[in-house]
Design a protein. Structure first.
Length: 254
């Protein structure tokens, strides 16, 4: 204890010291993760091409070095609008590039999920030991506490076979709910939207990792699913989102 304060009082002081963020700004930030990840990949490719070009020309004197610095600075400010970057990602034929972008999106989600779970555990019960809890309760923690903290709502449906496999359904996934896609959306239209599902995939794996389930032993896949009219509110995006989570091990001790 610090000065006789209870854990609740300590947390209240900690919570009051945290910077607050506008939810509208946070929602915009979530939407920008995909084009940002694509932009980073595009700029990396241009940088590598420029360096390789200089190496091939064997002009490595001081003047060329200064010129390279100027080019790098130019690369930093280059970039297409977000909607163009999303189209480029969806249309690329380079599978390795596509997967690198998705990996970057998942990694961002993983870091957020890992830190968020620590904060939420401290908020609810600092002495809570998740390694001693049933896996179903851990998944309920993700569906209830984690999802509500990020998206202002809980997961709509959780199903399990009680053998390490779970299906989490969000009928109104917040970052894409305003995307104007009909139920009969084409495969290309859905592919343009699929990268937005990789951030919550990373979130789920990050939370589980922080609670003792190593990422290499957790399979998490996101897909679009049809939903009945009664399953969610009327939004521009007509599909629900399902997260298939399969855990192949018991939690490791931290």
């Amino acid at each position: 204890m610090n000065g006789g304060m209870s854990e609740q009082q300590q947390f209240q002081l900690f919570e009051e010291s945290l910077r607050k963020i506008n939810m509208l700004v946070f929602d915009m930030l979530l939407k920008e993760i995909v084009p940002l990840s694509m932009s980073i990949e595009e700029n990396k490719e241009r940088m590598v091409d420029a360096v390789n070009s200089k190496l091939d020309s064997l002009k490595l004197d001081q003047s060329d070095s200064a010129e390279g610095t100027a080019e790098q600075q130019q690369f930093k400010i280059q970039g297409a609008p977000s909607h163009k970057l999303i189209q480029q990602l969806g249309d690329t034929k380079d599978e390795d590039k596509y997967n690198r972008v998705l990996d970057r999106i998942r990694n961002i989600g993983f870091q957020v999920g890992s830190k968020l779970s620590e904060l939420l555990i401290f908020t609810n019960n600092p002495s809570l030991q998740f390694k001693d809890m049933d896996l179903l309760l851990v998944m309920k923690f993700i569906c209830r506490d984690v999802w509500k903290q990020l998206y202002g709502k809980q997961i709509d449906n959780l199903k399990t076979n009680h053998r390490g496999t779970f299906y989490l359904t969000d009928n109104d996934y917040q970052p894409i709910k305003e995307f104007a896609l009909e139920e009969t959306a084409s495969k290309r239209e859905l592919k343009l939207t699929e990268p937005f599902l990789e951030f919550p995939v990373g979130i789920i794996k990050g939370v589980l990792s922080s609670l003792g389930y190593p990422p290499e032993q957790v399979l998490c896949l996101a897909t679009f699913v049809d939903r009945q009219k009664k399953d969610g509110p009327e939004t521009s995006f007509a599909k629900g989102t399902s997260f298939h989570v399969q855990i192949t091990s018991n939690p490791t001790s931290s």
